[in-house]
Design a protein around this ligand. Structure first.
Ligand SMILES: Cc1cc2nc3c(=O)[nH]c(=O)nc-3n(C[C@H](O)[C@H](O)[C@H](O)COP(=O)(O)O)c2cc1C
Length: 195
């Protein structure tokens, strides 16, 4: 669990990044490791944050989903270029799936086009042609015509539960500040790192 002060720290920086006009403040890079030990990373959107960690949503059959099934741990990185002199936040930890109720609640808030897309996209699989995707969209549009689109069983959220989080504050003349917070024996410990 994140401490109150770490939650407050991240939340207030995120709010500040929004206020500073950061174009995509919730965009974060997430790195995973697959069953063969191969690393990969991609951007996703942060959709929830609290004492338990950082939540994003995706297709659980995607490349990242398969990697997380084999190796339930991830590292995230956020860069807010327009905030102060630039701020980076990194976090690492184990992954847990969000509950079905949590995923349902978030899925229900998505625009209908995105909901249909979640059914139509076989994320990360090879696609014979763009037309195949359009056909699948039309097919699911018809299937769910006149009713709410349910959450696909292969679409859900993951929570990164950090045991390590670092705040990097840019500064002129390379005097960047790095604050590392690590969970050691159930207690958060803070250390400054050389930049
Ligand atoms: C700014 C940005 C935000 C994105 N957000 C998400 C997201 O929240 N969930 C998602 O599944 N893919 C998202 N994507 C697409 C992913 O980067 C990626 O292409 C996709 O999830 C497939 O990744 P994978 O093959 O590693 O599983 C986003 C891409 C960008 C550029």
């Amino acid at each position: 669990m994140l401490s109150e002060s770490l939650i407050e720290r991240f939340q207030s920086l995120l709010d500040e990044a929004r206020a500073a006009g950061e174009p995509d403040p919730e965009a974060m890079n997430v790195a995973t490791q697959d069953a063969d030990g191969r690393l990969s990373s991609r951007m996703v959107l942060l959709k929830g944050f609290d004492a338990r960690g950082f939540v994003f949503y995706t297709n659980t059959h995607s490349r990242k989903g398969r990697a997380l099934a084999a190796h339930p741990a991830a590292a995230l990185c956020v860069h807010w270029k327009h905030l102060r002199e630039g701020v980076q936040v990194r976090a690492e930890g184990v992954i847990e799936a969000v509950t079905a109720a949590e995923a349902d609640a978030y899925f229900a808030t998505r625009p209908r086009g995105s909901q249909i897309g979640a059914w139509a996209s076989d994320q990360s699989q090879e696609m014979p042609s763009r037309f195949t995707f359009e056909e699948r969209i039309a097919e699911f549009d018809k299937t769910f015509d006149g009713r709410d689109v349910p959450r696909p069983p292969h679409w859900s959220g993951y929570r990164i539960k950090p045991d390590r989080i670092e705040f990097w504050f840019g500064a002129r003349f390379r005097l960047h500040e790095r604050e590392l917070h690590e969970l050691v024996d159930g207690q958060w410990r803070m250390a400054y790192l050389f930049p």
